[in-house]
Design a protein around this ligand. Sequence first.
Ligand code: ADP
Ligand code: ASP
Ligand code: MG
Length: 412
Amino acid sequence: MSLIVQKYGGSSVATPEKIKSVARRIIATKEEGNRVVVVVSAMGDTTDSLIELANRVSSNPPEREVDQLISTGEQISVAVMAMAINDMGHEAISMTGAQAGFETDSSHTKAKIVKIKPGKIVEELKKGKIVIVAGFQGIDVYENVTTLGRGGSDTTAVALAAVLKADACEIYTDVDGVYTADPRIVTNARKIDEIEYEEMLEMASLGARVMQSRSIEFASKYGVRIHVRSSFKQDEGTFIVKEAKSMMEKVVIRGVTVDKEQAKVTILHVPDRPGIAATIFKALAGNNINLHMILQNVSEEGYTDVSFTVMKADLKKARATTESILDEIGARSVTIDDDIAQVSVVGTGMKSHSGIAADMFGTLAREKVNIEMISTSEIKISCVVKKEDADRAARSLHATFVEVEDKREAND
Ligand code: ADP
Ligand code: ASP
Ligand code: MG
């Protein structure tokens, strides 16, 4: 008997009708002779609404209480999903993250899974029940409820598939699979049949929110083969794997991503001497703020400007932290720009190809898109641009790198 872990995202369980339709799909999997563990996200935009609620009652909600609040979205979904399945004549039991054995560290709103004790899940599976687990949450050693960062239900599912040694890990969502770009932005984007962990991890980290990046780290560490597919169709989606069987090596750029969830912080008039950067970034790290890009301008008369990007959710903390050290480092002031986006091209083929940066900058220049920051690695090039330019930039980069390449392959 196979064990299948399925995860259904927020849009797949947004209404009672959708919950019933997902319940039927889960039951069908059970009736095929499988044991089934299901992870569900909060219904529709519930998490956004809960965050908004927190910000309405408090200008600076304590992160512990934010977690306590936003974890309830998934707790609603699991209970109603179990009810719907029971109503259809099958036995299901819902569990919160804590009940399912998810232990995390204490970094509220972006906690890391430390250990999973799946005893209770296994016990219920033995009784023949379908187990419905709340995504995105756990509990720390002090029994505080924690959450795993936006999109964290993906990580719950992949981690469960790893610990339960599941035969399949299926991520059901509102798109048919992983595309060469967000299909809502780039209409010419096409579905990718198979993608390797390395490229998927990079795309996820750079804004392809179809999978949370940490879920891919888990998959890669434990060798979980993930199938991303549509909740509404039966077709095969995208397989995320260690090594792809198809002729992947031909492709230089696997995809284009856009991340609009970042903001740029600039510290002005910073003394240009050893130890200053260390002081700034130590303070930020101490407050659990993750940085994406860092840029230090050319020094003029002993002073420079230092810019970095952070997730918008961390912006308040980042601003307060940098302002609190201005006197210590002798800098003038802090400015914020949250009207930016990061556009990237990703592909392991870049390792053995030169000229991608030139082509990327050339494409952006033709579109009259100004580049504010650049960051590169072996398998990606990212540019920070004005938010209003981001979608146009992504479409033209997709045309340059993916569509031209596809046409060439079709003619071969
Ligand atoms: P869920 O609620 O199922 O977790 P998400 O909204 O988190 O779904 O992720 C699915 C969304 O990710 C899609 O609707 C799509 O707009 C977006 N997306 C961004 N980049 C990509 C990509 N490269 N491939 C597919 N979807 C993408
Ligand atoms: N509900 C959470 C979010 O909106 C977790 C998830 O959907 O994966 O981020
Ligand atoms: Mg998601």
